[in-house]
Each structure stands twice: as C-alpha cells, then as structure tokens.
Design a protein around this ligand. Structure first.
Ligand code: ADP
Ligand code: ZN
Length: 742
C-alpha cells in the first residue's frame, strides 16, 4: 500500500507506533502531515502510518521540529482517526514510562482508545468462538512461550479465537491448550449487552440516586464524615479505610462517589480482577445507574470500545474496573478508590510493570483529589503512605475469637493434622457446621527427595524442585509445566528410597476424606478450579452443604462470607515464611489475618486453630495475638533499618539467556555500571537465579532512598546494555517496585 505523494506544507509530527518494538526503546518517528489532515492532526491524535511495509496504528505525541529538507525522505501519515488521547493521559503515559523504566509505547497502549470494532467479516466473527481469561492466575504455571504470547495478546479482553491466534501469531492448538489449562474460557460474543441499562435519557436527573441509601451505622457515619472532610481539601490526599469484609466499606465508597458527582467530578473504583467485579458493578449501578461504566475482562472488544466512549464523552463519570481502569479517560477525576488494595493483581507483571495504586497517586497528584485504599489487611507500604487511617469495626458481630496455637514441634513427626486440630474439626462436623482449612501449597508433595543421598528431584529446564501430583501421578514443574514420571530409584545415587516431603492440599484432601465423608470435602485451588463460574458454583455447593469442609490454598482466605463457618484451621502457618522476599513476613501476617477473619461471622461463635513450627517468629506471633498496630510498627522499623521499601526505591534487573555466560556477563555489566554510584548496601548481586525454561537467569537488585536518582542511573545502565546484549540474545527485564523475586 503506497499512498500517492500528497501535498503538504512541511509540518511534521512525532509519532509512536503501537508495535512491540522493544529494541527501539523510547523512539519516536517523524512523519509529514498531508495538507488535508492539517486541521485534524493534533497532539494525542490516533493515526495510521506507513511503517516498513505495513500500515500501523500510532499516536501523535509531539509536533515535529519543523520543515525537514526534502531529501530526508520522510514519509507522510497514512490517515488520521477521530480518536484522541486526552492530554492529561498522554502526560500520564509518559510519567509511567519514566517511573517504571518502561517503553513509552507500552504505556501509550494503556491510554489509547480501543480500536473501534470493525464491521469487516462481521458474521463470521460473531459466529466464531470467543475466549477470555479465567480468574486462574498464570504465575508459576506451566506455559510455553506461545501460550504466554496468547495471554499477552488477549490481555483482559475477550476475543474471537481466530483473531486472537492471528494477533499472537499462533495456531488454534495453543488456545485450546490454554482452555485445557483453565487459563482461558469460551465466552459469548457479547455477553453483557442485554444487561446493560440504556444510556441516560435526560441529564436533568443526573444527580438523583436510583436506589435508596441506607442509614449509616455510627462507625460508618464517622468514617464517611472524616473522609468527606479530607476529600473537600482540594490538594492530593491519601487515606486508608481499614475494615474487614462486611464492615461496610463499600457503603462508604458509595457516599464518597456521590460527593464526586455532586461536585460534577469523576471517580474510579478499582476492584481486583474478575470474581468480585460483577457484584461490585451491580452495587454501584444500583446506586448511580447509567452514570457508571464498567471495564473488566468479561467485555467484548466492541463493548469495551462502547464503555470507553461513554467515559470519554462524559456520559459516564464513574468507572468501576480492574487494574487498567486507572487509565480510564475520566474527566475532572478527583477520586480513586481501591478496594482490597492489598491484592497482588494491582501490580502488572508484564511491561509496563506498574502498580495501579501508585499510578492513581501519580494521576491525582497532578490535579488534586483523594486516593482511598480499602482493605482488611493493608500492605506495609499503604499504611506508611496513607495520610490517615480510618478503622471500621465489624458491626454487631462478636469479638474475633482468640487463636488456638498448635505447636507442631511438640507433635509426632510426619503429622499433617495434630490430634487437637482433628478434634476441633470433628466437633465442628458433629454440630453440623462448616470449616475452612488452609494449606498454601499446591499438589501432593512439594518435593521428592532421596533418603540415601539427599538429592531432590528437579526440573531439567528450570532447576526447581518438582511437585508430586497424586491426581496425575506425575512430578510437575510449577514453573514451566513439564511433567515427569517418578523414577523408581534416585537418578543421582541409584539408590533410594525416594520420599515425598512438604505435603500440599492434595495430600491433605486425602487425609480429610478419611475423617469426613468425601462429599462433604470441597477442594479449591488452581489445580482443581477452572473459570470463574466453577469457582462460584463450588462455593455455592459448599455454602449449602452441612456439615462441610472447604480446603484450599490462599484462595480460601479471600473475603468469602459464610455464616456457618465456625472453624478456621490453618494446617501450616509457615509456608510463606522462608521465601527469598522481603515481604515474606508481611504476606504471612496478611494471610493469617485474612483467614482468621473467615471464622464465626454470624451469631455462632468461631474458632481459629493454627498449626505452626514457628510460634515465636514475630509475624506469626503477632498475627495470632491480633497485634496489628504493633506488627506494622515493627515491620516498618525493620524495613527502614534494612533499607527496604517504602524507605527506598527498589529496582530489580533480571537477565536471561540460553547461554549461561551471556546472562551472567550482562548482569555483571549492569552491576559494574551501577556500583560506582551506589553505596555497597544499596546494591545486591549479581546473583544467580534458578534456570527457567532452559534460560539461565541472573539478577541485580538496587534499593536506595533517592528514587529519582536511582531510576536515572538504572535507566542509563539499561540503555547502554540494551543494544549489544539484546543482539546477543540476552533478555532484560526491568522491574521497578518489584513484587516477585523468583
Ligand atoms: P465491605 O465492603 O466492608 O465488605 P459492605 O459495604 O459490603 O462491607 O457491607 C456489608 C453488608 O452490610 C452489605 O450487605 C451491605 O449492603 C450492608 N450494609 C452496609 N452498610 C449498611 C448500612 N448502613 N445499613 C444497612 N446495611 C448496610
Ligand atoms: Zn520446569
């Protein structure tokens, strides 16, 4: 497609093509503006440009430097669309790129209007099968590069299978494999259309609510008043609303949103992905009707485009959505509420590796407004960053029961459930009540090792210990998914016997089924559970079965509200304790607090029984003794002393390559560049990580108090490294504010 030379007046613009061209980094390209487009092309315009032999979508990010000499051979824009990225979002994309050392292009994708659904081969598309993501997280799962690229291409959208394969450059088999793994599910082409209320007909009634508002409880009323006062401050303010599930946080959010509407301003309510989203959307819609737009993964492309349009036009001033909704083009945005703010899904684990809470803060810092985080188990960072904390007490319900600790050091070896825990479970069952049992470890046994030589079986591609799964009777690598038959003898010494250590949920399930009729045992973890509907139906069957046990990984700790659960049993409080992650204590504390909150939520008194080998480790002790304030104080003190976030800016650099030497050399290069500018305490590594999918990996960690300076330093080092090493097949991953270290 070679457009005929067009007339132009020498005006040029800088554009960023929306292509994943990582080797081009932050490059912008100059194009001539044809005369007939001169009036329409502006900064922020979405255009199409000839690029190589293709025509690609691009964003105009700046005016060019003026008339280039004719011989430069600059090409002209191919066409211009009526779509535009608002100036504030263009600036936000640039700030996010700088903040996260990410390519400008990857950040522009987050703010660019969705492509209008083209009619094209409409009929065929509508009849074809559509897929979307399930709530099953893919972290640490068994995926090939092609499977990853499908997930990446799909993002949070729904797509026809054919279009998705085309976009990811793979065959249909890859999509089928992902469906088999329960990472994708088939969906209706336009599942939500019928439910959506028609757009507001009259704007006169725009601030009248559609559902009656309940009278606030005293604690709630105080919280609302305090938050409204803070919100009325035109500066940027940040608050934490700390309350368990059911303490009435959502009602507080709704009051704040009502105030935003009153002020003719916009609000964004972020929710963690999928399972909880529909309920929240329903509640906000019930109150505010058609002024609400929803952005979530269940939408088709067309619906997403429509919702975007409703937001951009100002018709919808309230947006409810997952992580990326923080970039929604809400005008006069002055309120961002983040529900379940501790959830890891707010951090994007692909470029740009942004955290929605931090982006919200960046966005509001420009314009003023309030950032409100709501949670029962705040992160240490949130507690530190909040300009004020408002506690919501659980209403009308009794005190949280004291935790009963079972010190496993005093129990017999190899015991999964101590007699005390078994008795507590049996008593619950006798009363016809329900129990939640948490064991945060998938599979049957987290490792298999040789009793003679101590060798532990590991994945050939990943060097990580293999987990035995009893359902498939195979050893599985939880990183790449490769499976192995269990050898009879030790592959290292030829002897044996091979024994299974670190029991997981599968092993506990077999044990529970010996104590409790099997139809009363419900197992919930990512190996058993597929899409959102299956999670919902499993939870529903559990809710209707008496007595019953719900067993699972951390999925069982999330905000479920079952009135008949009177026992929470933590089989092993220590599973997350020794991970190489400075947040290990915080995560352990949060998980224990979350799961404890699931017991005795109605009239019946509850019990919390926790088995641990480490009752004296501070984070466990303080969780068991419900010493929340003290935990956060001490954890913050420790972080400050050790130079960890939130007192430092942490950046993680990972190099990966097929040839181990190259990955190591690249990491050393980075460390050598950085070392002269940092104190020894501020630089860790390079150190070797386990090989993953056949790629040797090294990482370097930087943590220093002057965030701006550190980001600049790392940015320079990465830029210098990029060219030479990438050409030699070294992948480089830059993670600012990392949340995973594996
Ligand atoms: P959270 O968001 O903290 O989980 P919710 O706001 O969902 O808490 O409140 C829990 C339940 O209590 C919900 O069913 C909600 O409708 C109800 N609720 C909340 N506030 C009130 C109130 N002031 N009056 C009556 N019911 C309320
Ligand atoms: Zn592996």
């Amino acid at each position: 497609m070679a457009p005929a030379p067009t007339e132009q007046n020498g005006r040029t613009v800088q554009v960023v093509p929306l292509l994943r061209l990582h080797h081009l980094g932050h490059r912008r390209f100059d194009y001539l503006v044809p005369l007939e487009m001169d009036d329409t092309v502006a900064i922020g315009s979405v255009v199409y440009v000839p690029f190589g032999r293709r025509t690609v979508r691009a964003v105009v990010v700046a005016e060019g430097s003026g008339s280039p000499p004719p011989e430069t051979g600059l090409r002209a824009l191919h066409s211009v669309t009526p779509q535009k990225v608002p100036a504030a979002l263009l600036r936000l994309a640039e700030s996010v790129a700088q903040r996260y050392l990410a390519s400008y292009e990857s950040c522009l994708r987050l703010v660019v209007p969705p492509e209008q659904g083209k009619g094209g081969s409409g009929a065929g598309r509508a009849r074809g099968q559509w897929v979307t993501r399930t709530p099953v997280p893919d972290e640490g799962l068994s995926l090939t590069a092609k499977q990853r690229s499908v997930l990446e291409a799909l993002g949070e959208e729904a797509f026809p299978v054919g279009a998705l394969c085309e976009r990811a450059g793979v065959g249909r088999g890859v999509v089928r494999a992902l469906i088999d793994k329960d990472l994708l599910m088939l969906c209706e082409p336009q599942p939500q259309v019928a439910e959506r209320p028609a757009p507001a007909a009259d704007t006169a009634s725009a601030w009248a609510t559609t559902a009656p508002m309940p009278t606030l409880w005293p604690g709630q009323a105080e919280a609302v008043q305090e938050l409204l006062n803070a919100y009325d401050d035109p500066a940027f303010v940040r608050r934490l609303l700390w309350g368990v599930t059911g303490s009435g946080k959502t009602e507080v959010y709704l009051r704040l949103i009502a105030r935003a509407l009153q002020r003719h301003e916009g609000a964004i309510l972020l929710v963690p992905e999928i399972a909880l989203t529909p309920q929240m959307i329903a509640r906000v819609r019930e109150r505010f009707g058609p002024r609400v737009a929803a952005l979530h993964s269940g939408l088709t492309r067309k619906e997403r485009a429509d919702e975007y349009q409703r937001i951009a036009s100002g018709e919808a001033r309230i947006v409810v959505g997952a992580r990326s909704a923080v970039f929604a083009p809400v005008e006069r945005l002055s309120l961002v509420i983040v529900d379940e703010a501790h959830e890891s899904s707010y951090k994007q684990e692909e470029e740009p590796r942004y955290h929605a809470v931090d982006v919200a803060a960046m966005r509001l810092a420009e314009t003023g407004g309030m950032l409100l985080e709501g949670t029962a188990t705040p992160s240490v960072e949130s507690v530190h960053a909040a300009g004020g904390t408002i506690r919501l007490a659980q209403r009308a319900l009794g005190e949280e029961p004291p935790t009963e600790v079972v010190d496993m050091r005093r129990q017999g070896p190899g015991l999964l459930l101590a007699p005390y825990a078994r008795e507590a479970l049996a008593a619950t069952m006798r009363r016809g009540e329900q129990a939640i049992v948490l064991l945060n470890r998938r599979g049957y046994a987290a490792y298999v090792h040789c009793d003679s030589c101590g060798h532990a079986l590991a994945c050939h591609d990943c060097e990580l210990t293999l987990t035995y799964h009893s359902r498939s009777r195979r050893l599985v690598c939880h990183h790449c998914g490769r499976t192995y038959a269990q050898p009879v003898r030790c592959p290292s010494c030829g002897e044996g016997p091979l024994t299974r250590g670190s029991p997981g949920t599968e092993r506990l399930a077999t044990e529970l089924k010996a104590l409790v009729p099997r139809e009363q045992v419900f197992q919930m973890d990512s190996d058993v559970i597929g899409g959102g509907r299956r999670v919902q139906s499993l939870l529903q069957s559990f809710a209707h079965t008496h007595p019953a046990v719900l067993l699972g990984t951390q999925m069982v700790a999330k905000g479920h509200d079952f009135p008949d659960v009177t026992l929470v049993l933590v089989a092993d409080a220590d599973t997350g304790l020794y991970l190489p992650d400075f947040r290990a204590a915080e995560r352990t504390f949060q998980l224990l607090r979350q799961v404890a909150g699931r017991a005795g939520r109605a009239e019946k008194p509850g019990r919390v029984v926790v088995q641990t080998w480490n009752p004296d480790v501070p984070c466990i002790r303080m969780a068991l003794e419900q010493e929340e304030d003290r935990f956060y104080q001490e954890e913050l003190r420790a972080r400050r002393r050790l130079g960890y976030p939130p007192f430092t800016q942490m950046i993680r650099l990972v190099t990966a390559a097929r040839e181990p030497d190259r990955a190591q050399a690249a990491a050393s290069y980075l460390a050598e560049r950085l070392a002269p500018h940092l104190r020894p305490k501020e630089l860790w590594g390079p150190s070797r990580l386990p090989t993953l999918r056949g790629k040797a990996r090294w990482h370097v960690l930087v943590a220093a108090s002057d965030g701006g300076r550190v980001r600049r330093l790392v940015g320079q080092a990465v830029e210098q490294l990029a060219g030479p090493y990438r050409r030699r097949g070294v992948l480089l991953l830059v993670d600012v504010d990392p949340y995973s270290f594996g």
